[in-house]
Design a protein. Structure first.
Length: 391
């Protein structure tokens, strides 16, 4: 007998919208994965300075996920206390309108899948208390990681603890994040559920000639405090004095101006270090197929989607040993270096150059691992196993 589909409401503190089209796109991927086996409705509310009406409800279907975006006028008041009150009032009213739209379309909700504890986790908690709807929380936020030393307000800590304690399960995307959350005093029932990537889009290319220049690739927000772009540029410059048989591409939606200035100062701009701007998901997949190795030199990380996209594309990885990355990057898949250790990165780049020339890394093995742990199908199955524990 065929199992009846669940109706799942995705709530999130971050989600793509017309204000920030890429915010929380990894949450959207989880929603799309769940939609393979369930009826999924996604709800997200945010302020919009371009909003003509006090509230605007926009409904659409995106990759089988019925999506409700609620926009509200941005609060602009000179008195901070009144401004905060107005923000909270509009925020809650926006979710009330969004929930009405979801209920009209979906009917009964079987489970709420919330993402990122603060701030909208309070909506999931309220619905459980008033409607009896169970909820799980997927957590992605790097702010819990001790080495970032993020300042978390007392109110945010309190809300996060309440939402986590009342959740049926909390699902961090790495064991490292689970441990960090526990260290922050967030008590919950935990199970790790990984990020997801589209392995139909990200897949290996045919073997390339080893006679050409090796292409290293980095894709991120290009935020130096997080991604340590300056450290990678210094490593590239040091290696370039030893050998010229490679190029390094920095791609992202952040400001390239300071990094181009650094590259020029190091004498490597547009000779070995190249920069490019924002890419679509399809363009990122094509970039990866035309590259040889993916590089992260972050000061802190969780389990970035771009890394698992690289693995699905058959790319070996060089990364700093941070966050959930060592849980997956073994010697079969790449090289790990200490964060901020530029000389170690130089050595790893040189070692990787030789490994690529010798075809040491098996693209199929990398892709097989990504499909087994991060594909839409595998993550969807894992999440539904989680739901069935309490439904």
């Amino acid at each position: 007998m065929k199992e009846e589909k669940l109706t799942v409401l995705f709530l999130s503190s971050w989600y793509p919208s017309r204000v920030m089209p890429t915010l929380g796109n990894f949450v959207q991927k989880h929603a799309e994965a769940v939609a393979i086996h369930s009826n999924v409705f996604a709800l997200f509310a945010c302020s919009d300075s371009g909003c003509k009406q006090p509230f605007e409800v926009v409904e659409s279907t995106v990759n089988n996920v019925y999506t409700v975006n609620v926009y509200y006028k941005k609060v602009e008041h000179s008195i901070p206390f009144i401004a905060q009150f107005q923000k909270l009032s509009r925020y809650l009213k926006a979710y009330k309108l969004g929930l009405e739209a979801v209920k009209k379309k979906a009917g009964t909700i079987d489970v709420i899948h919330h993402n990122i504890l603060y701030p909208s986790g309070i909506i999931a908690w309220y619905l459980k208390k008033t409607k009896g709807i169970p909820y799980v929380v997927s957590e992605h936020w790097t702010g819990y990681l001790a080495y970032k030393k993020t300042k978390i307000s007392a109110f945010q800590k309190w809300v996060s603890k309440v939402v986590a304690r009342n959740a049926d399960l909390v699902l961090p995307v790495s064991e490292d994040l689970e441990n960090a959350m526990k260290q922050q005093g967030i008590s919950a029932n935990y199970e790790v559920v990984y990020n997801v990537t589209d392995t139909r889009l990200f897949y290996p290319s045919e073997e390339k000639s080893t006679e050409r220049k090796v292409k290293f690739l980095h894709i991120s927000t290009l935020d130096d405090a997080h991604k340590n772009i300056s450290g990678m540029l210094e490593a590239v410059a040091a290696l370039y004095t030893q050998r010229p048989d490679f190029e390094f591409w920095f791609v992202g939606d952040g400001d390239t101006t300071p990094h181009i200035h650094t590259a020029k100062k190091l004498g490597i701009y547009n000779s070995v270090a190249f920069f490019d701007g924002t890419k679509t998901t399809q363009e990122v997949a094509e970039l990866m197929r035309n590259s040889d190795c993916f590089v992260l030199f972050s000061n802190y990380e969780n389990l970035p989607c771009v890394l698992i996209e690289a693995m699905a594309s058959g790319l070996p990885v060089i990364s700093s040993r941070v966050g959930g990355i060592p849980e997956h990057i073994t010697e079969d898949f790449g090289l790990l270096v200490p964060p901020a250790d530029t000389q170690a990165l130089v050595s790893a780049l040189a070692e990787m150059l030789e490994a690529i020339r010798q075809k040491k890394y098996d693209k199929k093995l990398l892709n097989d691992y990504a499909r087994a742990y991060f594909s839409y199908e595998s993550v969807s199955q894992r999440i539904h196993e989680v739901y069935r524990q309490f439904i």
